[in-house]
Design a protein around this ligand. Sequence first.
Ligand code: SF4
Length: 241
Amino acid sequence: MVRIHSFESMGTFDGPGLRLVVFMQGCNFKCDYCANPDTIKRSGGRLVEKDEIVRRALSEKAFFGKRGGVTFSGGEPLLQAADLLEVFQELKEGGIHIVVDTNGAVMNDDVRRLLEYTDMVLLDVKGVDAAKHQALAKHRNEQVLKTAKYLEEVGIPVRLRCVMIRGRNDSPEDIRLIGETYRGLTNLDRVEVLPYHTYGVHKYEAMGWPYLLEGVKEHTPEEVDRLSEEFEKYFPNVWTQ
Ligand code: SF4
């Protein structure tokens, strides 16, 4: 069994092409801006049989086309690496492209085995400055860079995903640190600049959790352009929403 939050069919945001997105339940971070706070608690969500994921993916395979497939997002999918192994193996046998969307902070033998069946990783990078990262994600960031290096070593294509929050991780200096730390990776497919949004705020209210970014404004389209330009100083392929 694996613990999931939900499924989303025909997703276009989490990896190439049309995808079935499996939102896994449980996360080792607690980011102030998390748009899916209801995926954080490890005991939440529901348990599903591994077969249910494989069956669902195979039934949607016709829609995936040449580029699409299944994305495991969350929550943090790699917390359940051991339980997901069989699922990944069966999806691969079924010829399905697999993407993992991860915060990059879980690494162990189970994760390394799971990555053998993974076609692409969306690596969430919240910043390089250790203190700022700890304040934003309530977790240290040393492993994130190590994970990026490991993915380069084993040759898995990576999309860096950088959620930008006004005043927290969006200064030219913050972006320079990300640029200088990650631009040398030879397996980078692209960098995604994702401006912070407030879509998840109502979930905090419903859960009775304080929303720590109260009053933080979303970036204007012009500001998003400027953030992209900053990233373009370091990366050749920058994409934004
Ligand atoms: S790593 Fe992702 S799922 Fe986990 S708390 Fe942060 S934004 Fe939410």
